[in-house]
Design a protein around this ligand. Structure first.
Ligand SMILES: NC(=O)c1ccc[n+]([C@@H]2O[C@H](COP(=O)([O-])OP(=O)(O)OC[C@H]3O[C@@H](n4cnc5c(N)ncnc54)[C@H](OP(=O)(O)O)[C@@H]3O)[C@@H](O)[C@H]2O)c1
Length: 325
């Protein structure tokens, strides 16, 4: 038996239950991983609340990101072996001291990446990689708006967009978060709970607006985000921290300047193992070289996952958060 955090019914953080679970032997194509650190992500709250259905139904072990050591492999596994240090974002179930996971979703960690760093970046950092390099290719001199710039995705995205040479504009919920975003590569911050953020973007860019807006906030920033984008620009809506964007008339994109709009997800971009490895290696490269740092600003014991969810949804966390089994 190992310690894990399970969800037996959908609801708020109070439904997260710390308990012992059995871990079976790995089946064909599977590996057993002893987690040294588990990542906390906003998506974990969507599965907990029921906004996103868990593939296997209830109950399920929460968590989508982790890092640890391979302790057993099932028949036919060639991608990893016992003793490998690995990081992953894969099927639900990372809130556990040990877990079974598909072996072809595991990525071997370079020696210069710690378990804590890996648990703070496999999901968030790989998401930033595809958003900035694949969903829309950010280039030198472009104006880029990143919502929730002091969050887990936000601090990584600010640093990476800055490294790519963009003029980085970030929205934040408080003055402290503005300072933090600035210390992580954000050139201009906007207090979007107090200020008219499209008007500020217009002012900051001298009326040119942005080539791309990265929006993981959702309901609260829509449709205002569209007013921050120049004609033929891209609206990348990648999350719903404030709730899902409601159905809208697609003619709105015409009215706002023939905009492109996408709702991407990491699973699509990493569906092929070669793409998973390419995205992970790009992440390891920018982190290994120090161009992008992974700010693990909160650490909780796995038994305190409920508190970690409360803090994440209460907008009290910044950067990445790691749970330690
Ligand atoms: N599509 C993908 O592939 C993908 C992958 C990873 C993450 N995501 C999405 O990316 C977003 C960020 O994820 P994360 O894990 O890094 O979380 P996070 O940014 O660390 O936390 C969410 C932040 O959103 C802001 N926010 C705005 N309105 C909010 C509200 N009503 N309630 C709570 N927070 C609110 C808060 O920052 P302020 O206080 O500064 O407003 C909060 O800190 C989420 O929407 C997540 O689902 C998508």
């Amino acid at each position: 038996m190992v310690a894990a955090v399970r969800v037996h019914k959908h609801g708020g953080p109070e439904v997260l239950t710390y308990e012992d679970v059995e871990v079976p032997a790995p089946g064909p194509g599977q590996a057993r991983v002893k987690n040294h650190a588990c990542g906390l992500n906003y998506i974990d709250t969507y599965f907990r609340s029921g906004l996103y259905p868990a593939a296997g139904g209830l109950p399920f072990i929460g968590g989508n990101e982790g890092a640890g050591e391979v302790v057993a492999v099932g028949p036919g596994v060639t991608d990893v072996k016992v003793g490998d240090r690995v990081g992953y974002t894969s099927a639900l179930g990372s809130y556990a001291a040990e877990r079974i996971t598909p072996a072809d979703r595991l990525v071997k960690l370079p020696d210069n990446i710690s378990y804590q760093q890996a648990a703070g970046m496999m999901l968030k950092g790989m998401t930033v990689e595809y958003l900035l390099n694949r969903t829309f290719k950010v280039q030198k001199g472009m104006n880029v708006l990143i919502h929730a710039a002091a969050g887990g995705i936000g601090l990584i995205a600010c640093q990476w967009a800055n490294y790519l040479g963009a003029n980085v504009i970030g929205t934040v919920g408080s003055k402290d978060k503005a300072e933090l975003a600035k210390a992580n590569g954000c050139h201009h911050t906007i207090l979007y709970r107090e200020e008219d953020f499209p008007a500020k973007v217009k002012e900051i860019t001298g009326g040119k607006l942005c080539e791309v807006v990265y929006d993981g906030v959702g309901k609260a920033t829509f449709p205002a985000s569209l007013d921050c984008i120049k004609p033929l620009g891209m609206f990348a809506s990648f999350g719903n921290a404030s709730g899902s964007i409601e159905a809208f008339n697609i003619n709105l994109l015409q009215a706002k300047g023939s905009l492109f709009c996408t709702r991407p997800t990491l699973n699509t971009y990493t569906a092929k193992r070669e793409d998973l490895l390419s995205i992970a290696n790009n992440l390891f490269s920018v982190v290994g070289s120090g161009k992008v740092k992974i700010p693990v600003n909160q650490t909780y014991a796995l038994k305190d996952t409920r508190k970690a969810h409360e803090d994440l949804e209460g907008r009290k966390t910044t950067g990445s958060t790691v749970l330690v089994p």
